[in-house]
Ligand binder design. Structure first.
Ligand SMILES: Cc1ncc(C[n+]2csc(CCOP(=O)(O)OP(=O)(O)O)c2C)c(N)n1
Ligand SMILES: [Mg+2]
Length: 249
């Protein structure tokens, strides 16, 4: 019988529980990453995980691998440096939307331009979670946050368009669609160039409650009902999750 617990070899179980709030989706993403490493039968010495700052930024410390918890917004250039120094490593960035698209946004642009062969997993809770729920680059239009009490007036970043502008790999999933999320990470890790997995995840404490969700379960049910899987699209619609096609790869 298949041993479904083998993914745990990639995690520091002794450090659990994580500091994340009850109901937070980050643990599911952490687990999906470890499961994807296991599915690809990675050697522990072959993988490095890099995080920036924020709730999601704490994720690197829970991997029983070489990992770095670096400065805010600097996970991508650090990962590129590691990859440049040792191209045999699988270098995975595991960090938040604010970290990767806000403060580190410029690095993301240039990493896609270079198509550096790293995998970036973005914990997209649509706010700056750790600091209390300020608007982030992924906050939706008209959404109330700590810094936009009357609703966000700015449209969110079109992350997909940015990644695909340089023909890098883009996939999107949610913390409700766990088998799909793992599949996205596995395919991203198999991709020969830069790959980006956009994971929509619930922050009930600093986002969900403010926008009317009673608990994390309601947010997950919203993901279930709102998102349809499309794994064969050139470009995903707003209500779709999936693995997009990459020309020539
Ligand atoms: C240079 C710098 N600026 C600001 C901060 C404050 N800060 C800490 S965490 C954080 C938000 C991180 O948001 P995100 O990357 O979305 O992660 P989340 O907490 O939502 O998982 C900010 C602004 C910091 N630590 N360093
Ligand atoms: Mg965030």
């Amino acid at each position: 019988m298949e041993d479904t617990t083998r993914f745990k070899r990639f995690l520091k179980e002794g450090n659990l529980p994580t500091p994340w709030c009850p109901g937070c989706g980050n643990g599911q993403i952490l687990k999906s990453l470890a499961q994807a490493f296991e599915e690809l039968n990675f050697d522990k010495h072959q993988v490095v995980v890099v995080s920036g700052i924020g709730c999601a930024g704490r994720s690197a410390g829970f991997f029983d691998l070489d990992s770095v918890h670096t400065a805010h917004g600097r996970a991508i250039p650090l990962a590129e440096g590691i990859k440049t120094a040792n191209e045999n490593l699988k270098v995975v960035v595991s960090s938040g939307d604010g970290d990767l698209l806000g403060i580190g946004g410029n690095h993301l642009l240039h990493a896609t331009r270079r198509n550096t062969p790293i995998t970036i997993v973005c914990y997209s809770n649509e706010i700056y979670g750790m600091t209390g729920g300020q608007a982030s680059p992924t906050t939706r239009l008209n959404t109330k946050t700590l810094t936009t009490p009357e609703g966000n007036r700015d449209a969110p970043f079109n992350v997909q368009a940015i990644i695909k502008a340089h023909n890098c790999f883009y996939a999107r999933s949610t913390t409700f669609h766990l088998p799909h999320l793992k599949k996205c990470v596995v395919e991203a890790l198999r991709h020969p160039g830069l790959s980006f997995v956009d994971v929509i995840t619930q922050c009930i404490v600093n986002n969900g409650r403010r926008i009317g969700f009673k608990d994390a379960f309601e947010m997950l049910m919203y993901y279930k009902n709102n998102y349809k899987i499309n794994d064969n699209a050139e470009f995903l619609k707003d209500n779709e999750i999936g693995i997009t096609r990459c020309a020539g790869v």
